[in-house]
Design a protein around this ligand. Sequence first.
Ligand code: UDP
Length: 235
Amino acid sequence: MEKREQMYEGKAKKVFATDSDEYCIVSYKDDATAFNGLKKGTIAGKGVVNNRMSNYLMQLIEKQGIPTHFVEELNDRETVVRKVTIVPLEVIVRNTAAGSFSKRFGVAEGTKLLCPTLEFCYKDDELGDPMVNDYHIIACGWATREDLDIITDYTFKINEFLIDFFKKINVDLIDFKIEFGKTADGKIILADEISPDTCRFWDATTHEKLDKDRFRRDMGSVEEAYREMMRRIFG
Ligand code: UDP
């Protein structure tokens, strides 16, 4: 696979074309942003952690029967993925109250939810990624009912799998955000990343935060948290 021109640069990743129109190459950066780009910084080594962790988890999720964009890890920061049109939704699952959920609903951070909870946000930086429901999504044409049913089914299965996976390394999966894409032949597959940038990970014993909240909230030991998650997964 030959790397060609840059197609897109996001906050945390660059995407390159390849010599095949079925595949792209993503390159993970150390750049970090929060609060819709208002806070900017770098987290040394983050790109490597996110690339390796996301690829590893996607391969395990694939084994659970859920299709993903993962194709091949090229090096520490770069991965070949299937080219998709991203469904413009942030799909958020919450097992424990935190972040915007706690703020919006007045439920204390750390309150275990009675069941896993699903939220959709419409991906639009200018609008600040507003929370939307199924009707908004279908009415605006961001996804069809059929797409949403598949996305919902995959998402709860991914949650069950990830809860168990992280429990084994003494980490509570508080919440996470995933994104889906559609291939040229119309198949919905898991895309984007699963990493400490996109999940809340709390040590199951001490409740220490091991994710991007350390950056968002200026808690210090940000690099250490990413490295600790890497160590627990890969040894
Ligand atoms: N999240 C994300 N990207 C976003 C917004 C949220 O990856 O643009 C993740 C975030 O890391 C957390 C979950 O989605 O694991 C829920 O985030 P929340 O809605 O609480 O937003 P936040 O408090 O991060 O603004």
